[in-house]
Write a protein that binds this ligand. Structure first.
Ligand SMILES: Nc1ncnc2c1ncn2[C@@H]1O[C@H](COP(=O)(O)OP(=O)(O)OP(=O)(O)O)[C@@H](O)[C@H]1O
Length: 295
């Protein structure tokens, strides 16, 4: 897997039919080595089904899944790290015992002391898994996924239910994994998480990919503008030249050229002390895509 040009994982025309539903409907994508690839989409879009087919947990109805250019074989299990849900934990074993148990399942193992440090488990190694907080449990589950030093890590909604601090701590961990040149495949409902961690994202809806690219590329492609916000009381009866929306207490002006828009406002004598400028976010894009009619 040393060729930079060969994708670590490539999915071609992947389909999954359940008895009454096509959950994944002919999707294709390629994941570069050492990158973080995010699958986004509303509930039921087909993200988990897709990730589980790549992990080899579910079989596909049709289509191909290639690992480093060749069909997956049993060696993939050694090279892939899957962060399971907390049901995979042995509740009456301590954190350290869980780590040792999982490590014993594999031919190769990473240095456990380094893993404990990286995943910040040192403070509660002798605590039963059942007694961990949400953030501690997720860090242990991540450590278990990393115990055999895999090349590819699968994280299915890893920060759901975590408080903002624990979520940020988890993002730091994922960034460490990326810095170690491992490939990460992530599903998430948090747009900020996708924006901060992913090099590339695919947004799924009803089994199809409806948008794909780097977060910044997607934002640039879909939105060529920023939003200027002003309190209504400051704008007076000025009518912006640009597209604008009045809200109860503020006006939002969609500006394609901030310098020009700000010059116009200054020229009109508007007080800009309380002005805010906001870039469009992935959340704006996600909501817009979910509202657009699709074929
Ligand atoms: N074993 C199954 N049998 C029948 N239908 C299933 C099965 N597993 C999933 N589905 C259906 O397939 C569709 C896609 O489900 P999937 O779990 O992949 O979506 P998701 O994007 O991961 O959703 P979420 O964000 O809620 O986790 C849903 O309509 C779901 O009800």
């Amino acid at each position: 897997m040393d060729s930079v040009s060969t994708p670590v994982i490539e999915v071609r025309n992947l389909v999954k039919n359940y008895p009454k539903l096509r959950a994944v409907d002919g999707i294709s994508f390629a994941i570069k080595p050492g990158s973080c690839f995010g699958l986004l989409g509303p509930n039921g879009a087909g993200k988990s089904t897709t990730i589980e087919m790549i992990e080899g947990i579910k079989s596909q109805t049709s289509g191909e899944i290639l690992f480093a250019g060749t069909p997956m074989d049993k060696d993939f299990k050694q090279l892939a790290g899957i962060q399971f849900q907390s049901t995979a934990l042995q509740d009456f074993l301590t954190v350290e015992e869980n780590l040792k148990l999982f490590a014993s399942f594999y031919r190769t193992q990473t240095n456990l002391q380094t893993l404990i440090k990286d995943c910040d488990l040192g403070g509660f190694l002798d605590r039963d898994a059942s007694k961990l907080s949400g953030g501690q449990r997720q860090r242990l589950l991540l450590a278990l996924a990393l115990v055999h030093d895999p090349q590819v890590i699968f994280l299915d909604e890893p920060t759901t239910g975590l408080d903002p601090h624990a979520r940020r701590q988890f993002w730091d961990l994922i960034n460490k994994i990326k810095a170690a040149k491992k490939t990460v495949i992530l599903t998430t409902h948090y747009m900020e998480e996708a924006y901060r961690l992913c090099d590339e994202i695919a947004i799924m809806s009803e089994g199809k990919i409806i948008a794909q690219g780097s977060p910044d590329e997607l934002l640039a492609k879909h939105f060529g503008d920023s939003i200027i916000e002003l309190p209504l009381s400051d704008i007076g009866d000025y009518k912006p030249f640009e597209t604008y929306y009045f809200h109860e207490d503020r006006v939002e002006i969609l500006s394609k050229n901030l310098t020009e828009s700000l010059k116009r406002l200054l020229h009109a004598g508007i007080n800009l002390d309380r002005l805010k400028i906001r870039s469009r976010t992935l959340e704006d894009l996600f909501l817009e895509l979910m509202q657009s009619p699709r074929d």
